[in-house]
Design a protein around this ligand. Structure first.
Ligand SMILES: [Zn+2]
Length: 157
């Protein structure tokens, strides 16, 4: 087999598809005219290409693109809403920790010197009761904030 035959064989698929430059197409045709093997291969590939071209093109259902975009928007909106809710919960948890630990820090710094209405604020029972009350309040506020937050329906219309 010579170099020309191998080069032409590499171009046969493109020639059958009709995508070669005119100069290359002429080279393939000239070689196929004298080479039985390449001629047979070209004929088979051309037949295959005609068969593929004759297949019907799939019909895309009407509104598919619009429905897909709507679905993507809905998914993105739901994900964004979830992130915001997560950030609110995180903020409120940090806030709860802060206000729970604040009395302990205050009593640690000031000792039992803070007295309000005759009750020493450094008293462990007062600290425990105060912390519990603040934690409950924060939990309630968290629930109220998350419940009252306007929720959008992320549905595909
Ligand atoms: Zn050949």
């Amino acid at each position: 087999m010579n170099t020309s035959h191998d080069e032409i064989r590499a171009l046969l698929v493109l020639a059958a598809a009709g995508v070669l430059e005119p100069v290359e197409q002429r080279r393939v045709d000239e070689h196929a005219a004298v080479c039985e093997e390449c001629s047979a291969e070209l004929a088979a590939l051309a037949s295959l290409a005609r068969g593929i071209r004759s297949l019907s093109t799939p019909v895309i259902p009407q509104g598919l693109a619009a429905r897909t975009q709507a679905r993507l928007r809905a998914r993105q909106g739901a994900a964004r809403e979830e992130r915001v809710s997560g950030a609110i919960v995180l903020f409120l948890a940090l806030f709860a920790w802060t206000i729970t630990l604040l009395p302990l820090l205050v009593s640690g710094v000031l000792g039992n010197t803070l007295v309000l209405w005759g009750v020493g604020l450094g008293d462990p029972l007062v600290l425990l009761g105060g912390s519990t009350l603040l934690a409950w309040l924060t939990g309630g506020v968290t629930v109220l904030v998350l419940m009252r937050r306007p929720r959008r329906e992320w549905r595909v219309s």
